[in-house]
Design a protein around this ligand. Structure first.
Ligand code: 13P
Length: 337
């Protein structure tokens, strides 16, 4: 059981993470992921370059107006900016809350296409260290793949149990858990199938969160939007995405959940903004509905930066533009580029 003091701190952090007009920057790419992105742009995959890239993002002017929190990777939370401050202090100085990815990636269940997530073992003692390093929230990503005969109920249940164990441990350590069950958007399925799979997943996740005694007011959900799979050749319109996504949430999410922060999941930058905007035009939702984008906030900025200090200002401008557009979308006030 967590103390009332811890519960209140979790409630207030969760509220701040989804403050009006703000969302989260997911900058927690693991070594493999960020290095691949760098290599595609001929940027040497060094520790210094990873630090310089994150410093470029975190020192972008006005970041605190649009970004409530940043999810960091283990390496990044320990790194120092060029002016001698810790990157976490750079964020805090702009009113941005540092967070930390604590999962260790996915692994296959036997020879199947389904996965569970690594990192639960030994997680508990790591959390107080992250708190001491400045983190006030955490992230754990479970991946659910749609395909022939999958996802199975067994894989959904196992991932839901892992998310719940992680979330409970985080709350004990004073960290708000971002609970991310990502249903991949890649296959040839219809939007209806995405909706029914996402429903099975969210129902199981909230059953397990409740079984584990997780404080719902002290957590944030990071789900996918309900969209047709990429390989279907169909692009769901923003209105279709909004209608199906919000209808599902009204059916399955508890009203006392403070907020939902969407992943972008391979949508283009503008698509992710348009969809979020349409979602926020639907009235009568009890939760904040905002963004926690990785690719949809960073793709153009990374390309423009390309590892060169002379590109810092223009890359920052592009990043802040996306943050601003998504801030407007989180209020249903985006009117185009
Ligand atoms: P994308 O927005 O690129 O999907 O990344 C968000 C994230 O943090 C996935 O875990």
């Amino acid at each position: 059981m967590i103390s009332e003091e811890t519960a209140n701190a979790l409630r207030s952090t969760a509220k701040a993470m989804v403050a009006s007009g703000k969302g989260i920057l997911a900058a927690d790419e693991s070594f493999g992921n960020i290095n691949k992105k760098f290599e595609n742009l001929d940027i040497p995959a060094t520790e210094d370059n990873r630090c310089a890239y994150r410093e470029m993002l975190f020192t972008a002017p006005h970041i605190g107006e649009y970004i409530s929190g940043v999810i960091l990777f283990d390496e990044t939370i320990r790194q120092t900016a060029s002016d001698g401050r810790k990157l976490t202090e750079v964020l805090q100085a702009s009113g941005v809350i540092p967070g930390i990815k604590v999962d260790e990636g996915v692994e296959k269940i036997g020879e199947t296409l389904e996965t569970t997530t690594k990192g639960l073992e030994g997680l508990k003692p790591r959390l107080p260290e992250y708190f001491a390093l400045g983190a006030r929230f955490a992230k754990w990503r479970a991946v659910i793949t749609i395909g022939d005969g999958i996802p199975t109920d067994g894989a959904i249940r196992e991932n839901a149990k892992q998310l719940a164990s992680y979330a409970f441990m985080c709350q004990e350590a004073g960290l708000v858990p971002i609970v991310e069950p990502e249903v991949l958007m890649d296959w040839s399925n219809t939007q209806e199938v995405c909706g029914s799979v996402t429903e099975r997943v969210l129902v199981a996740v909230f059953e397990e969160l409740n079984n584990a005694g997780v404080l719902i007011e002290g957590m944030i959900l990071k789900p996918n939007m309900v969209v047709a799979g990429k390989q279907s050749g169909v692009t769901s319109t923003p209105e279709q995405v909004a209608e199906k996504t919000v209808a599902l949430f009204k059916k399955v999410l508890p009203n006392n959940l403070p907020g939902v922060v969407f992943l972008s999941g391979g949508q283009s930058e503008v698509e992710a903004t348009e969809n979020l905007n349409a979602i926020n035009k639907v009235v009568g939702t009890p939760w904040k509905l905002t963004f926690s984008y990785g690719r949809a906030l960073q793709a153009s900025a990374l390309k423009l930066w390309s590892g060169k200090s002379e590109n810092v200002q223009s890359a920052q401008a592009v990043f802040i533009k996306r943050a601003h557009m998504n801030s407007l979308a989180s209020l249903g006030q985006y009117v185009g580029e």
